[in-house]
Design a protein around this ligand. Structure first.
Ligand code: ZN
Length: 401
């Protein structure tokens, strides 16, 4: 029996509210030995106050040493074993733009690229062609027809699009056609298993026709495809935890991830403060709120220590608006670390704060990496965070007699 099955069997209903605030890429590193991390350098009076009354710990998103993408990082926070529930890039991109995938679909993430006159890739992103130029091209590709399947080509931003093939008996085991290099042609679509051979043929024909449609374009005259995937079978949040869950995010990918596990996407926030306003409005309709804040990750990826500190302080400033709603359990964490020092996601555990009734006192008096080491939650696998949230909210019954 795994943690989801336990939650399914043990969950109970009550009037409690659980809020999960995710500052993407929250965890960091000192830039010089002995220095503070981003979170430690930030002035976070509200988070520190929560830390004094709550309990801290270090969340390990996947496994020690494994650097997660935001997809698996979030699935883990939602309680799903990220090594068991694998969500392909194509599916993520599709749900991220609000495209409703069906069980008969195979989705891939597409890039417009620039090819030279010998068919070699000059620019893998077609000079980051603006969306105003790329969206009409995606529209043209959507007119391509293939035997026996429906085709959807949906624009994303800049050089990106989503390709969805819909039909019976499609397979999704196709390697990427993006060679991740310039000076070479895109790779031929092939199949990694017998069940995907027919699909590979269809994709090959799609690429051939796409090249024809795009041949007079100066920048976006080619395409590459990656992350072929179909919809995973994933237990729904409502059934597993018995929670009516709302997801509030600005960026499509996070809304998409939440919708895959069955959360309702609420509102169309464009900023963190709008996200909190939306939560306030929806407060009586849901038991669980996932709120996503992106900029702690993007500033980390830029290696902009001071900017990440500012973003953390911006995040801290919304805490009073959240506590004013009086959630039973309030969790603050990240889906992974994004230290400015590394300018990328990393494997480091994520400082995590849980505030609520029944928190056993610990020695953590501020919210930060060092303080988290003195926290009562210790190091724990991210996928167990939901069990902790449920228990503190009085929503988990006893296991066994
Ligand atoms: Zn992330």
């Amino acid at each position: 029996m795994d943690n989801l099955e336990l939650a399914r069997q043990l969950h109970e209903k009550n009037d409690s509210k659980i809020v999960l605030l995710v500052a993407d890429g929250l965890g960091g590193l000192p830039v010089k030995p002995g220095g503070p991390t981003e979170l430690e350098a930030a002035k976070t009076p509200h988070l520190d106050a929560l830390a004094r009354n709550g309990v801290l710990g270090n969340s390990i998103p996947i496994l020690p040493g494994i650097t997660p993408g935001s997809g698996p990082g979030h699935l883990s926070l939602f309680g799903y074993d990220p090594l068991k529930y694998i969500i392909g890039r194509g599916v993520l991109e599709s749900v991220g733009i609000g495209f409703e995938l069906t069980a008969r679909d195979v989705a891939a993430r597409g890039n417009f690229c620039t090819l030279d006159d010998r068919g070699n890739i000059l620019d893998r992103r077609a000079g980051r062609i603006p969306t105003e130029e790329s969206a009409p091209l995606a529209g043209k590709l959507a007119e391509i027809t293939l035997p026996g399947v429906d085709i959807f080509v949906e624009p994303v931003r800049e050089h990106r699009f989503v390709l969805v093939l819909r039909g019976d008996g499609l397979g999704s085991r196709l390697p990427d056609t993006d060679p991740q290099a310039t000076g070479v042609p895109p790779l031929e679509p092939t199949a990694s298993d017998a069940a995907s051979e027919g699909t590979a043929k269809l994709v090959k024909e799609f690429v051939r026709q796409a090249q024809e449609v795009l041949k007079d374009q100066s920048r976006a005259n080619g395409v590459t495809l990656r992350g072929f995937a179909s919809l995973p079978e994933i237990p729904q949040f409502k059934d597993v935890f018995g929670l009516r869950a709302a997801a509030i995010a600005v960026y499509p990918m996070y809304k998409g991830l939440a919708s895959l596990v069955g959360m309702d996407i609420v509102g169309q926030a464009q900023s963190l403060s709008e996200e909190i306003d939306i939560m306030k409005e929806a407060w009586s309709d849901y038991d669980f709120f996932f709120v996503h804040f992106k900029y702690t990750d993007s500033t980390g990826e830029d290696g902009a220590f001071d900017k990440k500190v500012e973003r953390i302080e911006e995040f801290d400033a919304i805490i009073p608006g959240v506590t004013a709603l009086d959630p039973t359990v309030l969790i603050v964490t990240g889906d992974h670390s994004t230290p400015c020092l590394l300018k990328s996601h990393s494997w480091h555990p994520v400082p995590t704060l849980l505030a609520g009734p029944y928190c056993r006192p610990d020695r953590a008096g501020t919210f930060g990496e060092d303080a988290a080491l003195m926290g009562g939650l210790g190091h724990f696998e991210g996928k167990y965070l939901m069990l902790l949230a449920m228990a503190h909210a009085g929503r988990l019954g006893k296991f066994g007699a």
